[in-house]
Design a protein around this ligand. Structure first.
Ligand code: NAG
Ligand code: NAG
Ligand code: NAG
Ligand code: NAG
Length: 465
């Protein structure tokens, strides 16, 4: 009895599916190849795929690069549509779409200036929404209503300059929020002074937040938030944001206006931080003692292209290398550091990647310890001039020498020698000059001289005769 019931149930199910599929084909036909665009290049491409693990149909519709306008879209999407790609068109208003199955909606690279209210209330199962690379200036307060399952929201590369209070509140499980490259976002009221999460209604368990190039000078994020990744590249920060989640795993503060990198900057971070990016800093010149002390979970630090950076403290990691057992990668490529203190040897020895490309290394006896590193650094000597251009690996250990006396001693020695010579020459000249004492004597007229007095007397012999 039970067996027949089961059979009947299965048959009904199969029948239902087949029927749905028949309807579905028409819908796909209508959406993908609409009458008005038949055989034109404006029709979209629909891909059918049976998504594992259950073999449920999933239709991916690609309408990119079709010069489509908002008016070209009908509201109802085909059954089983999974992704809809509307990128690189001429859409100027978000089209109202309806689908229970749509997961990914991509509207990048269009011409949208305003996201109006309740455009997404009929695509409530949306997981990812891409609105980046438009010209969005404003988003109405209820724009994201009903997007309770959205994981990824990308609003980067727009013109946002005034976020409404509680704007992101409807996004109950948001995982990634990207607001990068909204150059005037700093004009949003309170964005630099008030708690960012509370002010804009950001989901408290957000994992990734990107705020590149938003002209920010400060930021307040709740200390206890489980944010894992924070991207603050290319802002106008002169110090660390006043308040940061202490459990960050990846932090990018590259391209900001710090002068030094010190222990005070990392005070509010913790051992959970594994990747730190301090690249392209236009003003950074000094990494101070103990700068990394609390960051004992570090795996990678990069200072790439921070061109003003000349000094890296030998005690930047404190005194115990064993505090940083995970550290594997240090990038100094393109900085101006010429010297590393031998106190860094234990740290440098545990690395699998140490990039010293393009640095002006001073290959003297102070740096000879680096010959003991096994990892290939691509470092080259800049000074002394006899080693210029020589690779750190191939240069002979014996060439890394220092003068036994400091340079000024040699200078002084030569200066002394010159003085001595001058004095000697002076003395010799003085000795050779016969008329010493300033008294000038007329030259004596000797008897051999042509000026000798000539006495003219009568010839005495004549008198005898
Ligand atoms: C984008 O919109 C502006 C006006 O809002 C218009 O001048 C421009 O031509 C549009 N660009 C495209 C590619 O449709
Ligand atoms: C925002 O940043 C710009 C520079 O990019 C600056 O001129 C302006 O004063 C800033 N505005 C606020 C409110 O901070
Ligand atoms: C660390 O956080 C506290 C508040 O939690 C704040 O008062 C302090 O200024 C922060 N320190 C730094 C260096 O940012
Ligand atoms: C290297 O560091 C040690 C300990 O901090 C210090 O005493 C020494 O002067 C430093 N050497 C150089 C050449 O700066």
């Amino acid at each position: 009895m039970f067996f027949w019931h089961l059979c009947f149930f299965t048959l009904t199910l199969v029948f239902a599916f087949t029927k749905a599929e028949a309807i579905d084909e028409n819908e796909i036909e209508r959406f993908c190849y609409p009458e008005q665009h038949k055989n034109t290049r404006q029709s979209c491409e629909c891909n059918n795929e049976n998504a594992p693990p259950w073999g449920i149909r999933a239709i991916n519709i690609d309408c990119s690069y079709k010069n489509l306008k908002t008016a070209d879209f009908s509201e109802a999407l085909p059954l089983y549509v999974n992704t809809l790609d509307l990128s690189w068109n001429s859409i100027d208003l978000v089209p109202t779409l309806a689908s229970d199955s749509l997961r990914v909606l991509n509207i990048m690279h269009n011409n949208i200036t305003t996201v109006t209210n309740k455009k997404f209330v009929k695509v409530t199962n949306l997981r990812e929404l891409y609105l980046n690379w438009n010209s969005i200036q404003s988003i109405e307060l209820n724009a994201f209503d009903e997007l309770a399952h959205l994981h990824v929201l990308d609003l980067s590369h727009n013109n946002l300059h005034a976020l409404a209070l509680q704007l992101f509140r409807p996004l109950l499980v948001l995982d990634t929020l990207n607001l990068s490259w909204n150059r005037h976002l700093n004009q949003t009221e309170g964005i630099q002074e008030r708690d960012f999460y509370r002010t804009f209604g950001v989901y408290s368990k957000l994992r990734i937040l990107r705020l590149q190039a938003c002209s920010l000078t400060d930021l307040l994020l709740p200390e206890k938030a489980p944010l894992a990744e924070l991207d603050l590249r290319s802002n106008r920060l002169e110090k660390m944001p006043t308040q940061l989640p202490s459990t960050l795993v990846k932090l990018d503060i590259s391209g900001n206006l710090f002068h030094t990198f010190s222990a005070a900057m990392t005070a509010n971070l913790s051992a959970s931080l594994s990747e730190l990016y301090v690249e392209d800093m236009p003003r950074l010149h000094f990494v101070e003692d103990n700068a990394f002390l609390p960051l004992t979970g570090l795996q990678k630090v990069s200072f790439q292209n921070s061109r003003r950076l000349t000094e890296f403290s030998g005690r930047a990691f404190g005194d115990e290398a064993s505090r940083f057992p995970e550290l594997r990668t240090l990038i100094f490529r393109g900085t101006s550091v010429g010297f590393f203190n031998a106190t860094l040897a234990p740290i440098f020895k545990q690395l699998t990647e140490l990039d010293l490309n393009g640095m002006p290394l001073v290959c003297d006896c102070e740096l000879v310890w680096m010959k003991g590193l096994i990892v290939e650094t691509n470092g080259r000597c800049f000074n002394p001039s006899r080693l210029r251009g020589e690779s750190l690996t191939t240069a002979e250990k014996s060439d890394f020498s220092c003068a036994h006396w400091p340079h000024w001693v040699g200078g002084l020695f030569i200066f002394g020698l010159i003085l001595l010579c001058a004095a000697g020459i002076y003395a010799i000249v003085m000795c050779l000059r016969p008329n010493r004492g300033g008294v000038t004597l007329r030259r004596k007229v000797g008897s051999g001289s042509p000026y000798a007095r000539v006495t003219i007397e009568p010839n005495r012999q004549e008198n005898y005769y």
